[in-house]
Each structure stands twice: as C-alpha cells, then as structure tokens.
Design a binder for this molecule. Structure first.
Ligand code: GLY
Length: 276
C-alpha cells in the first residue's frame, strides 16, 4: 500500500506498507493526527509499482516537442540502492533496458498524451518536462512530472545532444522547435556524483578539493573558490562525466576521474550501473 501526503513534505511524505492493518493505522496518523502537518490533510492512496526507474526528458515549445535521450539515475545514498534518498548519486544514458520498442511505448502512452493534455487544458508550457517513469513488466508507468531537467541526469543527457544547445533553446522560445532535427550521440555517457561526508543529512563545507584533472569532464555543483583555493560548498560537490562505447566503459572512465580527486569526507557510490 502506498500512501502519499498530497502536500509538500520535503520528500518524506510517501509511506509504503505491506499490511492492510498498518496501512490503516498510517492513514489515520496522516489524516487525523496530522503526521505531516497540513501536507497530509489530504492523502493519495496509490498502486505499488514494482520495477526499475528511468527518467524521460521532453523539450516543448508549446506546439511541438522533442524527446531527449532517456537516462537512469541512482537516488539512494548507499550501494545496492539502500539508505536515504538523495538528488541522485549517478546516472547513465542511454538506458540499456529502454529499447526502441519501450521508448515508443513511452512516447505513445505517456509523452504524446501529456503534450495533448497541456494543449487541451490550455496550459501554455514552454520548456523541459522531466517525466519520472518506472518500467513495470514491459510497460511504462508515470511516477512524477517535473518542469525542469534533472540532476545528475543533465550531466548525461546534454553531452549526447549534438545540436547546438543555444539554437535548440532559441527554437523552443521562438516556437520553431519543429524545424530542428535532433542529432543524438549513440555512445554512452555516465556521471558519478561525489558528495560531502554526511550528505544527504548534515555535512561540513570548506574542505579543500584536490586532484581534478583538467582533461576530465568534471561538473561543479557545491564548490567555491575561497582565497584562490577550490573548496567544497555543498552536499552535492561535483560529478565526473565520461563517454564510452557502452555504459560499462563510460562508468569505468568516470571512476578513473574520481579516483584522482580528493577532499576530506569525499563519498561516492562504487556501484553505479550495478543493475544494468
Ligand atoms: N535526479 C532526480 C531529479 O533531478 O529530480
């Protein structure tokens, strides 16, 4: 049984329970005892979806749309997908289990109806749509919509888009996306996120970062320059992106880049791609 506080609950408002009696008790706690405050004044009871997650990105100018490369991220802090949720500890694109037939299903069953729905509801949306999906059997199910790109998915999706990103965004803004032919690099891209010790709970900042090889593709997130020294300045510090002929090659290169980098408390998952 999946119970979800309908309001904002800092990512903590979803509870999954095996037994009906526990689900009833939890529902009472949420609705009657305000377990999540105002957020659980209304509760959504959802189907439990058992499968593997992936992220689908769409760019729309409000009239037409382009599907961008799919990605898969790894949200949990611990290896084997254990522990607390994070923004994402690593990502790969393409997604090996999202073959052409599955992507077509995503387009027909999710993306096209979503775009039609925006128009029917007269929602003039221009920009990125990020659809969180789960593959249940051979079918895509929607978990969430975001109106933004994802982190760390962006670090693996954008490098595969061979078009000039500015021209793509300009066409989106000017309503001429239809005229653009997307060109996608078939190779695999991976990124692995290095975080501060303690993240996603409390962590320290200001640790000196050493060893970034300028020839590696390192994306900065929580870094700062203080007294001309590069230091950590957030939980999600940086991510090492790499390109390979397949996801294993790309991931290996990401780990090689990270192996050169050091800061006090550095942590990154050593098993990105373990389930592919
Ligand atoms: N990586 C998930 C997100 O950006 O929401």
């Amino acid at each position: 049984y999946v119970l979800k506080a309908d309001g904002l609950a800092a990512g903590k408002g979803v509870v999954i329970l095996e037994e009906l009696a526990d689900a009833k008790a939890e529902l009472t706690a949420m609705l009657a005892d305000a377990k999540f405050g105002k957020a659980s004044q209304k509760v959504v009871i959802e189907e439990f979806l058992d499968g593997i997650e992936l992220s689908c990105f769409v760019l729309t100018d409000g009239k037409s749309y382009k599907m961008l490369p799919m990605a898969k991220d790894y949200k949990r802090i611990g290896e084997g997908d254990t522990g607390l949720n994070t923004g994402g500890m690593g990502a790969v694109s393409p997604v090996p289990f999202a073959d052409e037939a599955f992507v077509q299903k995503i387009k027909d069953q999710v993306v096209a109806p979503t775009m039609r729905g925006l128009q029917l509801d007269r929602i003039p949306y221009v920009g990125f749509v990020f659809i969180g999906l789960i593959k249940v059997g051979e079918n895509p199910k929607v978990i969430e919509y975001n109106v933004r790109m994802g982190d760390p998915e962006t670090q693996v999706v954008l490098p595969r888009i061979q078009n000039d990103l500015f021209e793509l965004l300009q066409a989106t803004a000017f309503g001429t996306l239809d005229s653009i032919n997307l060109s996608i690099d078939k190779r695999s891209v991976s990124t692995i996120v290095a975080v501060s010790g303690g993240y996603p709970e409390s962590y320290e900042k200001g640790k000196a970062i050493r060893g970034i090889d300028p020839s590696d593709f390192v994306v900065h997130a929580g870094t700062a320059i203080v007294d001309e020294e590069l230091v950590t300045n957030g939980g999600r510090v940086l991510s090492a992106t790499a390109i390979g002929n397949d996801h294993n090659q790309a991931i290996e290169q990401s780990y090689k880049a990270l192996a050169k980098i050091d800061f006090e408390g550095i942590y990154y998952r050593k098993d990105i791609g373990f389930d592919l």
